[in-house]
Design a protein around this ligand. Structure first.
Ligand code: ADP
Length: 430
C-alpha cells in the first residue's frame, strides 16, 4: 500500500509538472505562431504589392491576404501570374522576413476552380532563401502577360505542426507507467501471498507430523515402561507365564517402535538422495504371493481378505525386492487402515505399454477429489477434522511414489468416496 501510495504521489506530481510545462510550451507556441503569422502576412502583402505594381490597375489591396489556418494563407490577385515569378517573389520576401520554413504554393483559377500551378519549395540554408537575381530565374516581370482575372494563390507551410497537440498526447504516458508499476507491484504481492500461504500450510503439516509422531512414539514407550515396571516390582518365580507375557509385550512394542523410527528415517534418508536401490530380477507374482502370506490384518478386528488376480503373462521386472514389497505393504496397509467395513482387497496384474501393471483396489472410505492431488505429498494426510482414529505420518504414499519413480515407473490413483480406491502402478518390464 505504501509503495502504491508513493508511486501515485510521484506520478501525480510528475503529471502536474508536465501539465505546467505543456502550458508554458503552448504559450510559447502561440506567441511563435502569432509572430510567424505576422511575418507571413507582411511577406505576402509585399509579394502582392510587387505583383500589383506591374498591373495596369493597382486597385485596393486591403483584405487580399487571408489566413485560413495557422499555416495556410490565401492571396487574391485578380490577375494571371507566372508561377516562377511568384516563386521568386515568395522566396525573397520570406527570406527578408526570416521565415525559414518549407512552403508549398499553388495558383488557382477561380473560373475553372482548379490549380493552375503548384510547387513545394524546400528550405536549404544557403541558397534557396537568398534573394534571387533575375538571371537565376530567367523570368522578369515584363515577360508575364497580365490579364485582369479572378485568380488567387495559396501558400502552405507543411512543417508548422501543432506542437501543443503533440504535448497533450504525451500526457497519456505516465498513466501507462502507473499501470505497469501497479501490475508489477500486484504481481509481487500475489507472489508474496502465495509464499505465505505455502509456508502456513507447511507449518500446519509440520505441527501435524510432530503431533502424530509424539503419539505414535509415546504409546509404545509408555507400554514398555509399564511392563518393565511390572517386571521389576513383581516376583514371577511362581508365575512364569506372566513373566513371558510382559516380556513379549516389551518385545512387540519395541519392534513397533523400531518400525516407526525406521520408517521416518527411511524417508529422511530419501531426502538426501542416498537411496541406493539393489535392483535384481524379480518376479512380481511370487512377491505378491509372499506378501499375501505374510500380511496380517492386525490393524482392525474386522478381519479381511486379499484376492490375487494375476493376469500378467510377463511378470519379471528388474527391481529392488525390499523396496517393492514395502510399496505393496504400504498400499495394503492403507487399504486396511482406511476401511470402515471388512477390508476386501483385490490385487490385479496385467501387461500394458511394455510394462507391468499392478492394481490394488479396496472397498474403503475413498478419497475426495480435492484431496487426491496431494496424497503423494510428504507428510500429507487427508484432513479428518478432530477425529484421529487412524494413525500415520503421511509418509506412506510419498515413499511409494519415490520408490516407483526411482524404478522408472509411475503411480496413479482413482477413488470414489464411500466406495473405494484403486492405486495403479506401472513398472517397466525386464
Ligand atoms: P498415512 O497413511 O500415514 O496417513 P499415506 O501417505 O499412506 O499416509 O496416505 C496419505 C493419505 O491418503 C492418508 O492420510 C489417507 O487419508 C489417504 N489414503 C491413502 N490410502 C488410502 C486408501 N486406500 N483409502 C482411502 N484413503 C487413503
Amino acid at each position: 500500500m505504501s509503495i502504491l501510495f508513493v508511486q501515485y504521489y510521484w506520478i501525480k506530481k510528475t503529471i502536474a509538472t508536465q501539465v505546467k510545462e505543456v502550458a508554458i510550451q503552448e504559450k510559447e507556441d502561440s506567441l511563435n505562431i502569432k509572430q510567424f503569422s505576422e511575418q507571413a502576412h507582411i511577406a505576402l502583402r509585399n509579394v502582392l504589392q510587387e505583383i500589383s505594381s506591374h498591373a495596369s490597375d493597382s486597385s485596393d489591396l486591403y483584405g487580399a491576404v487571408k489566413q485560413l489556418r495557422s499555416n495556410y494563407f490565401s492571396v487574391d490577385i485578380n490577375e494571371e501570374l507566372h508561377p516562377y515569378y511568384l516563386e521568386t517573389l515568395l522566396k525573397r520576401e520570406f527570406y527578408d522576413q526570416s521565415i525559414h520554413q518549407n512552403f508549398q504554393y499553388g495558383i488557382y483559377d477561380c473560373f475553372t476552380d482548379s490549380i493552375v500551378f503548384g510547387n513545394l519549395i524546400k528550405f536549404t540554408k544557403d541558397s534557396l532563401y537568398a534573394p534571387v537575381s533575375d538571371t537565376l530565374t530567367g523570368i522578369t516581370s515584363p515577360q508575364l502577360s497580365w490579364k485582369k482575372d479572378g485568380h488567387y494563390f495559396t501558400v502552405y507551410f507543411p512543417d508548422m505542426v501543432n506542437k501543443s497537440m503533440e504535448a497533450t498526447e504525451m500526457l497519456g504516458s505516465p498513466w501507462i507507467f502507473m499501470v505497469i508499476i501497479v501490475s508489477v507491484v500486484l504481481l509481487f504481492f500475489a507472489f508474496a501471498v502465495s509464499i505465505i500461504v505455502k509456508q502456513k500450510r507447511l507449518s500446519e503439516v509440520k505441527t501435524d507430523f510432530i503431533n502424530n509422531m509424539t503419539h505414535e512414539l509415546k504409546t509404545p514407550i509408555s507400554t514398555i515402561a509399564l511392563s518393565s515396571d511390572m517386571l521389576m516390582r513383581g516376583d514371577f518365580s511362581n508365575d512364569p507365564e506372566k513373566l513371558q507375557r510382559y516380556a513379549s509385550i516389551i518385545f512387540k512394542e519395541n519392534k513397533r517402535l523400531e518400525n516407526q523410527v525406521e520408517r521416518v528415517l527411511n524417508v529422511a534418508k530419501m531426502d538426501k538422495e542416498t537411496l541406493h536401490l539393489k535392483k535384481d530380477g524379480l518376479n512380481i507374482h511370487e512377491l505378491l504371493e509372499e506378501v499375501r502370506e505374510n500380511f496380517e490384518f492386525t490393524q482392525t478386528d474386522k478381519g479381511g481378505d486379499i484376492q490375487l488376480d494375476l493376469q500378467a503373462s510377463e511378470a519379471n521386472i528388474i527391481a529392488d525386492p525390499v523396496h517393492i514389497s514395502n510399496v505393496v505393504y504400504n498400499l495394503l496397509d492403507n487399504a486396511v487402515k482406511y476401511c470402515e467395513v471388512e477390508p476386501n482387497i483385490r490385487v490385479r496384474t496385467s501387461n500394458a505399454d511394455n510394462g507391468l501393471l499392478l492394481e490394488i483396489s479396496d472397498n474403503g472410505i475413498g478419497i475426495r477429489r480435492e484431496n487426491l492431488k496431494q496424497i503423494f505429498d510428504k507428510f500429507y494426510r487427508v484432513p479428518t477434522g478432530n477425529i484421529h482414529n487412524v494413525k500415520g505420518f503421511g509418509l506412506g504414499l510419498y515413499y511409494v511414489k519415490i520408490i516407483i519413480e526411482q524404478h522408472g515407473g509411475r503411480v496413479q490413483v482413482k477413488s470414489t468416496p464411500g466406495k473405494g480406491t484403486v492405486f495403479t502402478i506401472w513398472l517397466p518390464l525386464k
